[in-house]
Design a binder for this molecule. Structure first.
Ligand code: SF4
Length: 496
C-alpha cells in the first residue's frame, strides 16, 4: 500500500478525488520552474545555513532517508542537535520534516514556509507531521512555523541573521491532532479504493491552491462562452445566479442585475456591441503632448540579494518607455539589467534621461510604477527629486479604461492583456513568444542570471524580455489613442 505522505494528506484535504488521482493516475511533476518554488528553495537553503546541523539527503528516496534519520538519531545526544529534512515513517504514514532540533529531552519541529506570516493552511501541514512523529515515538515538545521576517533588511552580503522568525503554533497543532488522525484513516481508505470518488468541480478546486487535475476534471465539459462569473466583483450575485442554475450570462434575465457595472457587462455581452463612454475620457483628452508611457518589470526575492533591501520588495530590472512628442513622432527607449542588477543608479539615470521633462507619464495600474519610483528615490538620494517628480506626473490609464470601455471579449477583466486585443487584435499577448506575463518575465530574468545558458539561447531570452516590456508600453499608446478617439492608422509605422 502506498504511504500517506504530507503532500497526499494535503491533497486529501482539498478533495478525495485529487488524492485518488495522486495514487492511481498521477501526472508527472512539471520540469518547469515556478517562482514560488524557487522562492521556497532559496529560503530553505538560508535556514539550513543559520544553525549548524545534519542535512538528510533525499536523493536515494524516502526509505533511504528514513534509515539515515534513524542512524543519526540513534547516536543520541552525540548526534548533531539539529536535523534538516529528517524523514520518518509510522505504519503507512510517512513524512519529511523541514527542521527537527533537540530541546532537552524532547524535540522541536519547525515547518519552514517562505511566506511573511503564518497562514491557515500551515496548520494541517504541521499537524500531520507532528502526528507522524508522535507515532514514530519522537517526543515533540513544541511546533513552530518558521517564516520570512519582512522587516529584515540585508546589511551585509550573506548575513541573514534575523531573516527567519518562528511562530509557536504548538497549541493549535495539539487542538488539530485528533482531526488529523481521523483524516488519515479516511484518506487511506480513499487511496486503497479502486473506485474513483465521484466529485464534480467546484470552488474547492481552486482553494487553497489550484488543483493540478483541473484540466482532467473539466475535459469534455461544455463551458459557457460567457460564464456568469465574468461579472466583475460578482461575489454574492454570481453565487446566487449559479445556485439558480444560470451558467451563461446571456441567459440571465436583465432584471436580476442591479449593479450598474454588471448591467454594462451584461448589455455588451448580450448585444455584442462594445460599451464606450466618451464623457469618461474628458480629462484624458485635455492632456497635451508630449505623452510618455512607462512600464517596469520587477523581481522580488524571499532572500534579499541587494544590500539595503527587504524580502519580497519589488526591485526593477527593466523598463520600457514610449514617448509621443506629436501625432507622427514617437520614440522608444528601454533598459534591461542582468549582470548589473542591483545597481539601480544607471537604471534610474537612463530612465530620467529617456523621459521628457514635462507632460503626463502614462502607466497601467500606475500605483505599481509609483511604488517602484518612490522606492528607487529612497535607495538613490542623489536622484530622489527627479524620481519623485516622475512619480508625481504619473497618469493611470486603468481607471479611465474601466470607466469608459467594455468589450465582451474582455470577459470581465480590465487587465491590459484583456483590453488591448479587443481594440488591436495584432497586439494579442499570446502572440508573444515565451515571455507573455510578469511571472514568465521573472523566470526569464532568473534564467539569464544563471550564467549556464548557451549564448544563442540567452540572446533569444533577452530579446523576448525586451519585446514583452516594449509591447506593454506600445499597448498603452494604442489604448490612449483609442480612448481619446484618435486615429490609430498612422501608428503601425512606429510599432517596434
Ligand atoms: S479538479 Fe476539483 S474535483 Fe477534480 S480532483 Fe481537483 S479538486 Fe477534485
Amino acid at each position: 500500500m502506498a504511504w500517506l505522505t504530507k503532500s497526499r494528506f494535503l491533497s486529501g484535504l482539498q478533495c478525495h478525488k485529487r488524492l485518488w488521482f495522486d495514487i492511481h493516475q498521477p501526472i508527472e511533476d512539471s520540469a518547469e520552474p515556478n517562482i514560488q518554488i524557487l522562492q521556497g528553495k532559496a529560503f530553505d537553503e538560508v535556514v539550513q545555513g543559520l544553525q549548524p546541523g545534519v542535512v538528510i539527503s533525499r536523493e536515494r528516496g524516502m526509505p533511504a532517508a528514513i534509515a539515515e534519520t534513524k542512524r543519526v538519531l540513534a547516536k543520541g545526544s552525540r548526534a548533531a542537535s539539529t536535523l534538516y529534512q529528517p524523514a520518518f515513517r509510522a505504519g503507512n504514514l510517512a513524512v519529511i520534516a523541514d527542521v527537527l532540533r533537540r530541546a532537552g529531552a524532547q524535540f522541536e519541529l519547525v515547518e519552514v514556509k517562505a511566506t511573511t506570516q503564518v497562514k491557515e493552511t500551515h496548520l494541517p501541514d504541521a499537524a500531520f507531521q507532528a502526528l507522524v512523529l508522535q507515532r514514530a515515538k519522537i517526543p515533540v515538545g513544541r511546533v513552530f512555523i518558521g517564516h520570512v521576517n519582512n522587516e529584515f533588511v540585508l546589511r551585509r552580503a550573506g548575513d541573514f541573521e534575523g531573516l527567519l522568525v518562528e511562530a509557536d503554533i504548538t497549541e493549535s497543532v495539539r487542538g488539530y491532532l485528533a482531526e488529523a488522525a481521523a483524516r488519515t484513516l479516511e484518506f487511506q481508505e480513499v487511496m486503497a479504493s479502486d473506485r474513483m470518488p465521484s466529485i464534480v468541480v467546484g470552488p474547492h478546486c481552486l482553494s487553497p491552491y489550484e488543483c493540478p487535475f483541473l484540466a482532467r476534471c473539466t475535459a469534455g465539459q461544455e463551458t459557457p462562452e460567457y460564464p456568469v462569473d465574468v461579472l466583475p466583483r460578482g461575489g454574492k450575485t454570481v453565487a446566487t445566479l449559479l445556485a439558480d442554475g444560470y451558467r451563461d450570462l446571456r441567459d440571465v434575465p436583465a432584471k436580476r442585475l442591479t449593479d450598474e457595472m454588471h448591467r454594462r457587462v451584461f448589455d455588451a455581452t448580450c448585444s455584442g456591441l462594445a460599451f464606450f463612454d466618451l464623457a469618461a475620457t474628458t480629462e484624458l483628452r485635455r492632456l497635451t503632448y508630449p505623452f510618455a508611457y512607462l512600464d517596469f518589470e520587477t523581481i522580488s526575492f524571499s532572500v534579499p540579494e541587494v544590500i539595503g533591501t527587504r524580502p519580497y520588495e519589488q526591485l526593477p530590472f527593466q523598463w520600457s518607455v514610449h514617448v509621443e512628442y506629436a501625432a507622427a513622432e514617437i520614440r522608444h527607449a528601454e533598459y534591461l539589467a542582468i549582470e548589473s542588477f542591483g545597481d539601480f543608479d544607471p537604471l534610474a539615470r537612463s530612465l530620467i534621461g529617456a523621459l521628457p521633462t514635462a507632460g503626463p507619464i502614462f502607466a497601467y495600474n500606475a500605483s505599481f510604477e509609483e511604488q517602484v519610483l518612490l522606492r528607487l528615490a529612497e535607495l538613490l538620494p542623489g536622484q530622489a527629486a527627479a524620481l519623485r517628480g516622475i512619480a508625481g506626473r504619473l497618469v493611470d490609464l486603468l481607471p479611465v479604461a474601466r470607466a469608459a470601455y467594455y468589450h465582451r471579449d474582455m470577459r470581465g477583466s480590465w487587465s491590459i492583456k484583456s483590453v488591448v486585443p479587443t481594440i488591436a487584435p495584432e497586439l494579442n499577448y499570446e502572440k508573444l513568444d515565451e515571455v507573455q506575463d510578469g511571472d514568465s518575465a521573472q523566470l526569464a530574468f532568473l534564467g539569464l542570471r544563471s550564467r549556464n545558458m548557451k549564448p544563442e539561447r540567452a540572446q533569444a531570452l533577452r530579446n523576448a524580455l525586451l519585446l514583452y516590456c516594449r509591447h506593454d508600453t506600445w499597448a498603452m499608446v494604442v489604448l490612449r489613442r483609442f480612448l481619446c478617439g484618435e486615429a490609430e492608422a498612422n501608428l503601425k509605422e512606429f510599432q517596434c
